[in-house]
Design a protein. Structure first.
Length: 492
């Protein structure tokens, strides 16, 4: 039996969907001129930039979405399964800042910081995918999108959760992925990346987001809608009301996407939050935010769609007990809810900052969550009586061959980040932050980059230098430096 967690019953999910369909038909959804002709051709009324999407057409679009698909690693092997109740994790994305490992203060993220994070995540089996986790502040903003994807592809073999900040950069990102995959046909057949696409709450598909949906659908590259209702500010204050808005934004986005290319892969994703009425902040570590994530995913699962959520993030500004309490709690809830991809590990300060030390601590919480959803299995012909027949009331189970044969299947063994040892009698015992720092260095010392085929590496470098020269950057030699990820805090 696999343990599960749910917040909504079927009547409430159906009520949420009924109101979501009502919203996109009666009130409508603001759309960009880029998709107006596409919508009108399908019989949708568009007036003054607002599309009124009838329920039957929206339901047809939902039915054409694939119920499952895979992301592939660099070697063309399926590595992430979207669909059913499979659960995967990846680091959070797009941070401007990194928590400096020495000062424990935030500072602008640089190329060595992203490389360092990618190398650490590559060594952690808890992360099935990488992310374009940081914006590199040491390169011009015009190349930031494809530059960070290039770094991830260069240093990782895992699939990538990414995104574009403009319609133009999306085309460049797709071109880069096609080079690494061996062509657009190969990329379509074995997608290496999935792209987050975000509507603007409430109920607004901007020019940039609309074009992303259409271009990704036609390229056959998976899209992940990341709807972001903010309960009490840009969404109804009630959790159920925010879930309605989330459903309306997802359904309308899926309709646009499927009209562009029926059957293209897309994910019912979410990054909701509550609006803290005391501070004006958006606490990603709040229990209500985790509840919104779970509830939004439940609606997607009811429709049979692949799911995503933003969880495992903390709101504190340092790596401390608060952040790990928030992150561990949401990792457990997301896993129990069976959400296919859970993004956000490593992030703190309301998603404004990344910490590699927090990433390795979060990996331990994720490992525990993964063990939890494995559940309890009966092993052997009897549960306990056969072992008691051997030990009697003496209870010396350590001597049994069953103990030696089964303990690794039954127990999860955490890394040294988790303190299960004897107390240090010769001085103070290292705290979890110090243990996390040591773990980071241990992972970096064992990381080894696996090269691509020489002709592909040459083509990727030529592509990157050509694109960089368009904005006046002479070279990108940093990615060729095998010690790039060890240069903590180094800038150009």
């Amino acid at each position: 039996m696999r343990p599960k967690f749910a917040l909504l019953d079927t009547p409430l999910i159906e009520r949420i969907l009924a109101e979501a369909f009502q919203l996109i038909n009666d009130l409508g959804v603001r759309v960009a001129p880029y998709v107006e002709d596409l919508l009108r051709a399908a019989g949708i009324t568009v007036k003054d930039g607002v599309a009124h999407i009838p329920e039957p057409l929206a339901r047809t679009a939902l039915q054409s979405v694939p119920r499952e698909f895979h992301l592939y690693d660099r070697n063309g092997r399926p590595a992430v399964h979207y669909g059913g109740s499979d659960v995967h994790f990846d680091p959070g994305s797009s941070c401007l800042n990194i928590l400096d490992p020495e000062t424990q203060q935030p500072r602008p993220a640089m190329t060595p910081d992203l490389v360092r994070l990618v190398e650490v995540a590559e060594m952690l089996p808890q992360f099935a995918a990488q992310s374009t986790a940081m914006v590199c502040n040491d390169v011009p903003p015009e190349i930031g999108d494809w530059y960070r994807l290039l770094l991830v592809l260069w240093y990782s073999e895992k699939p990538v959760v990414t995104g574009a900040f403009s319609a133009h950069s999306l085309r460049t990102l797709i071109d880069l992925l096609a080079i690494e995959s061996g062509g657009r046909g190969a990329l379509r057949q074995r997608p290496r990346a999935i792209f987050d696409v975000c509507p603007s709450p409430p109920l607004n598909w901007s020019e940039f987001a609309s074009q992303n949906l259409v271009d990704l659908a036609r390229a056959g590259i998976p899209a992940e809608i990341v709807s972001m209702p903010l309960a009490g500010a840009t969404a109804p204050v009630t959790l159920a009301g925010s879930v309605v808005q989330h459903a309306a934004e997802c359904i309308s986005g899926i309709t646009i996407h499927q009209l562009a290319q029926p059957g293209a892969p897309i994910v019912w994703g979410a990054a909701p939050a509550i609006f803290d009425m005391r501070s004006g902040k958006t606490p990603m570590g709040a229990i209500e935010t985790a509840m919104l994530d779970v509830a939004c995913a439940e609606v997607g699962k009811y429709l049979g769609l692949p799911t995503h959520a933003y969880m495992v993030a903390g709101d504190g500004r340092v790596v401390d007990a608060q952040g790990e309490m928030e992150s561990g709690m949401s990792a457990m809830l997301g896993a129990l809810a069976g959400i296919n991809m859970i993004s956000g590990a490593g992030m703190l300060d309301f998603l404004a900052c990344h910490s590699i030390e927090k990433l390795v601590i979060d990996a331990e919480a994720i490992a525990s969550a993964q063990r939890l959803i494995e559940g309890i299995e009966p092993r052997g012909e009897s549960l306990a009586t056969a072992m008691f027949a051997q030990t009697g009331l003496a209870g010396d189970f350590l001597k049994l061959k069953e103990t030696r044969a089964l303990f690794r299947q039954e127990q999860h063994f955490p890394s040294s980040v988790v303190d299960r040892g004897l107390p240090n009698m010769n001085g103070p015992t290292a705290g979890i932050l110090e243990r996390a720092k040591q773990r980071v260095e241990e992972l970096l010392s064992t990381y080894e980059r696996h090269t691509l085929a020489p002709e592909l590496e040459e083509e990727m470098i030529a592509f990157a230098e050509r694109e960089a020269q368009k904005c006046g950057l002479e070279s990108l030699t940093a990615i060729l430096d095998p010690d790039c990820g060890r240069q903590v805090g180094v800038t150009k």
